[in-house]
Design a protein around this ligand. Structure first.
Ligand code: ATP
Ligand code: MG
Length: 453
């Protein structure tokens, strides 16, 4: 690919919506809302968003593996119908066939495209060479390390010489060092101008990875998945991680990612954004799935920092936590009013400081106070229990309410998280055997206060 016509639009996603049906005909679950996105030749685009923001779904729609519910995808000027032959995909899970050799795995896609045997062989050998697997042609996947298997994954995509290479979290199943090496090699290959595709779309939830590899980071929000905006990575390639500008971009994106409501103003906003409905029900707000212990643990770490403040990327590094594990904890802390996030820093609020430093009993009080104030699903559950004569309710009742807003499995997880928080705050008790929630006995009132459970 020596001559790249600059700025040629390769793929255009136009007003794409995607919903999946909810179980038992309970309507639709919106996963992508009004997506507008173009991929041009000569650029690396990162799709960055948290788990569940619809990144993989969007990639699958662009690859023609999944039809949009509304809107269309144009690939090189033609409306896409069925599989998109302009793209090849690298998967997180490598997706190799264990009974085929490296060579055979790499040739597979060519065979499907009707390429003759000898040409197949030649092209596969070249692709295998390009990913540094020269000499491993007849090895089987199980004889290779994870990093080598993903090299085969790359070779299999390269050999097709696609217009656009799609990668869905290609490095996240590898150990840190292997991932770092392979990521660097892919970047080198791109920068050398000898890359076997005209552009790259990479899906990731790793902020540093996005800033390192991409020219443009498109930030997706969740519930429903939508484009919040994009950040242009205005750095000379290869992107120098130690530069101030690199750090500033990473910090900026961390801030945006930890403030789901914040506007993404980073240079250019991608698409005309239609207002989407604000969900009113207290059962529509998604709780981050973290345990109370995780929240208090995090706050205790931050409270020890100067000014009760910490840089989020550094915090993630210190804790050896993936962003996807750290962000929900931060979310929960912000939601409960224990912390604030700005410019890549997390800072404890006064209440957060108290919560992190006080006794267990008092911290339960603080948690209860903040939960009732800031977490509508908990206050609504308590309200419902109070209205009942026997102050108790079947779990199903709440699950049904959650089912209206989430796919069933997620509704169950939401329920479990709400119960975990509610029990910690002593807002209610949950009898897992009976599958019932009930209000705790008021302490000191009545005969059996202090009874065991
Ligand atoms: N076939 C399907 N049927 C029903 N729901 C689905 C289907 N595929 C995806 N979803 C839902 O769509 C939402 C987005 O999923 P998707 O896999 O695209 O997210 P993602 O951003 O790639 O997440 P991750 O970072 O975890 O890979 C999720 O809530 C998921 O449960
Ligand atoms: Mg995904």
């Amino acid at each position: 690919m020596t001559t790249i016509t600059h700025q040629e639009t390769l793929i255009a996603v136009e007003q794409v919506h995607k919903s999946f049906p909810l179980p038992e005909g309970k309507g639709e679950f919106p996963v992508l809302h009004n997506i507008n996105l173009t991929v041009k030749s000569g650029e690396v685009v990162a799709l960055l968003g948290r788990s569940g923001s619809g990144k993989s779904t969007l990639l699958r729609i662009m690859a023609g593996l999944l039809p949009p519910s509304q809107g269309q995808v144009i690939s090189r000027g033609k409306r896409l119908q069925g599989a998109n032959n302009d793209v090849a995909m690298v998967f997180q899970s490598f997706a190799l066939l264990p009974w085929l050799t490296v060579q055979e795995n790499v040739e597979l896609g060519l065979e499907a495209r009707g390429v003759q045997r000898e040409e197949r062989r030649q092209r596969a050998l070249k692709a295998i060479d390009l990913v540094g697997l020269d000499g491993f042609e007849s090895a089987y996947p199980k004889e290779l390390s994870g990093g080598m298997r993903q090299r085969v994954g790359f070779a299999r995509a390269f050999v097709i010489q696609p217009q656009v290479l799609f990668m869905d979290e290609p490095f996240s199943a590898l150990d840190v060092l292997t991932a770092e090496n392979l990521r660097g090699e892919i970047d080198d290959l791109w920068n050398a101008g000898t890359f076997p595709s005209k552009s790259i779309v990479i899906v990731t939830h790793n902020i540093e990875e996005a800033v390192f590899l991409a020219d443009r980071v498109v930030i997706l929000g969740a519930n429903p998945g939508r484009i919040r905006g994009e950040v242009i990575i205005s750095l000379p390639r290869s992107h120098d991680r130690s530069s101030k500008r690199f750090e500033a971009l990473v910090d900026y994106i961390y801030t945006v990612m930890t403030n789901p409501e914040a506007e993404v103003t980073g240079v250019a906003v991608a698409a005309p954004k239609a207002a989407f409905e604000v969900r009113q029900s207290p059962y529509a707000q998604a709780l981050p799935h973290v345990r109370v212990g995780g929240i208090s643990g995090l706050l205790e770490l931050i409270v020890d920092q100067p000014e009760g403040k910490d840089d989020i990327p550094r915090l993630a590094e210190r804790l050896q936590l993936e962003v996807d594990d750290l962000l929900p904890i931060l979310d929960a802390a912000v939601l409960l009013g224990f912390a604030e996030v700005s410019q890549g820093d997390v800072k404890l609020t006064e209440i957060g400081h108290d919560f992190a430093t006080t006794t267990i009993l008092r911290s339960k009080d603080l948690f209860r106070q903040q939960a009732l104030k800031n977490v509508p699903v908990l206050s609504s559950m308590v309200q419902t229990l109070r209205e009942k004569r026997n102050q108790s309710m079947r779990a199903d009742f709440f699950l049904d309410l959650l089912d209206e807003h989430f796919p069933h499995e997620e509704a169950e997880r939401q329920f479990a998280t709400a119960v975990d928080w509610g029990r910690y705050a002593e807002l209610f008790e949950y009898d897992a055997g009976e599958e019932r929630l009930y209000l705790p006995e008021p302490v000191g009132v009545g005969e059996n206060a202090g009874d065991g459970e």
